[in-house]
Design a protein around this ligand. Structure first.
Ligand SMILES: *[C@@H]1O[C@H](CO)[C@@H](O)[C@H](O)[C@H]1NC(C)=O
Ligand SMILES: *[C@@H]1O[C@H](CO)[C@@H](O)[C@H](O)[C@H]1NC(C)=O
Ligand SMILES: *[C@@H]1O[C@H](CO)[C@@H](O)[C@H](O)[C@H]1NC(C)=O
Ligand SMILES: *[C@@H]1O[C@H](CO)[C@@H](O)[C@H](O)[C@H]1NC(C)=O
Length: 481
């Protein structure tokens, strides 16, 4: 198996592919030469001819063996490395393979899903940290369901379904743009049955392909009919190819602000302002299979607890625990099915996480015990933003402990925590990509649970939301010298 590192230069960026190139023997030419030598009959020539015949037989055997080897090479074989082939232009048939990488490196390849990762060869660029995408450890697929072809000039990439030669992904419909803050790739689609992308209110499940642009960038906006971007980011779409159910999915692993344009060709354009173009293509016999493969890659949702499927009551502004208790008792008295009570930010002391209002929610711990005695549960709201209001006269432990652990998101100087504004006023933001942050976050829940035995949490404002643009000191910061 060959693993040349082919470099494609687009503008001043190089694009790195790891591909397998199948090699074929040159037996036909050798056979021609052997036949010509049999025309003359001197002793020397007969001896030479016999020698050539022997050589010919040996070469046939070798060709057969080589052919078998090259067939075998579609299965992973970490032992061998091929050499790059920078000279050839045009379309080279290749099949994607799983690069053999160090365990510490991220692995973005599952053998039945061609990895198509377009990045800058010379500069480090932001890549989504994804702890749930694990290295593949099973057997490679015996026969691949797809073929990947790369055309170098102009650059394009094509993924074909082998069983019916249908082209699923074909970026030759438009140029690849790879600038620092503008990356774009378009692909022609085999059908206009496109589903997915989000989060927005879509007027229909099957997308309208008539030049629709869907922005993807988490934003604290309630669902509206305007098609604007909302709380979540789903860069995945599924394309139903035909009436038999054959389908494929495309996932772009990129967390920068982006937009996706649907076009009548049918075609789709991904356009993002940072990171890399890291595409995953999933082939399935049914839409369900495609979704299963996608979840196999990104991880499955957590199984909710049984009680979480019950009847919940949630509203803002009970104001005091007395009001909340009154509502709980009134519903009990009416014998309404009622499993879970929620507490919005008004339970907090000055709207700060991991605290409860000592005046208005005095007796909160005892109230929760009472819910439990009645077979009911409590869900509390929690916001990622942490107030920075801590002083020796009124210390705020969650902020002080987090500051000690240096787990806040920093501003662009790289060392000063970025200050924004959320419910409690000025806040810092936990950097959840920092492993220490998870330690801090878990510990704060444990400490608060020792006071109030809540059963579940409702994480609010985690887009991450901020009431000011960028930070309290403005949207743009001076770049460090
Ligand atoms: C959506 O449209 C409605 C009017 O239909 C408008 O009131 C609202 O502000 C719009 N929302 C956004 C986020 O643009
Ligand atoms: C900080 O906390 C103190 C004590 O709770 C409070 O009086 C003060 O208003 C807070 N400051 C700000 C800026 O929120
Ligand atoms: C929170 O941080 C900002 C920016 O550093 C600072 O101006 C403000 O005084 C801090 N708030 C408190 C209550 O210390
Ligand atoms: C943020 O700055 C602190 C120093 O204040 C540093 O220890 C920490 O590593 C920085 N965080 C990141 C993600 O760079």
């Amino acid at each position: 198996m060959r693993k040349p590192k082919l470099l494609y230069t687009v503008g001043h960026y190089s694009i790195d592919y790891r591909v397998t190139v199948e090699s074929h023997g040159c037996g036909v030419q050798r056979a021609e030469m052997a036949r010509k030598k049999l025309k003359k009959f001197t002793t020397l020539e007969i001896v030479l001819s016999v020698l050539l015949l022997v050589l010919f037989i040996i070469s046939i055997v070798l060709i057969v063996l080589l052919a078998k080897e090259s067939l075998k090479s579609t299965a992973p074989d970490p032992g061998t490395t091929g050499s790059p082939d920078p000279g050839t232009t045009g379309t080279t048939p290749i099949s994607a393979e799983c690069p053999v990488v160090n365990e510490l490196e991220r692995i973005n390849c599952i053998p039945d899903q061609p990895p198509t990762k377009l990045t800058d060869q010379t500069n480090n660029r932001f890549e989504v940290p994804h702890e749930h995408v694990q290295s593949f450890s099973g057997n490679a697929a015996a026969s691949l369901t797809y073929q990947v072809e790369i055309s170098r000039e102009p650059f394009s990439i094509k993924v074909t379904r082998r069983s019916n030669d249908r082209v699923l992904f074909d970026s030759s419909i438009g140029p690849l743009l790879f600038a620092d803050q503008f990356l774009q790739l378009s692909t022609r689609l085999p059908s206009a049955n496109v589903y997915g992308l989000g989060e927005h209110v879509h007027q229909q499940y099957r997308h309208d392909m008539n030049w629709k642009t869907w922005p993807i960038f988490n934003r604290d906006t309630t669902p509206n009919g305007n098609g604007t971007n909302l709380y979540g980011a789903q860069t995945f779409f599924l394309c139903l190819e035909d009436a038999s159910g054959l389908s494929f999915g495309v996932f772009l692993m990129n967390s920068n602000a982006m937009e996706v344009v649907l076009q009548p060709a049918p075609a789709i354009t991904y356009r993002t302002i940072g990171g890399i173009l890291d595409f995953y293509v999933f082939l399935g016999n049914t839409p369900e299979q495609v979704v299963q493969e996608y979840l196999e890659l990104i991880g499955r949702p957590a199984l909710p607890s049984y009680w979480a499927l019950g009847f919940h009551l949630s509203r803002y502004e009970y104001g005091t625990l007395d009001n909340m208790r009154e509502v709980v008792e009134r519903n009990r008295a009416a014998q309404l099915p009622y499993d879970v009570q929620h507490a919005d930010i008004d339970y907090m002391d000055e709207r700060r996480d991991f605290t409860y209002d000592p005046v208005n929610f005095k007796g909160f711990p005892e109230f929760v015990n009472d819910l439990h005695k009645n077979g009911q549960k409590l869900v509390i709201i929690v916001d990622p933003a942490i107030s920075n209001n801590s002083s020796s006269s009124k210390p705020y432990g969650p902020y002080d402990r987090g500051s000690d652990m240096k787990i806040w998101v920093n501003s662009s100087d790289g060392v000063t925590p970025l200050i924004g504004e959320v419910w409690p006023g000025q806040t810092v933001f936990p950097d959840y990509t920092n492993p220490n942050c998870a330690v801090w976050w878990t510990k704060e829940f444990e400490l608060f649970h020792n006071q109030v035995e809540f059963d579940g949490i409702w994480i609010d404002m985690n887009e991450v939301s901020n009431f000011v643009d960028g930070s309290v000191s403005g949207m743009f910061h001076k770049q460090p010298k």
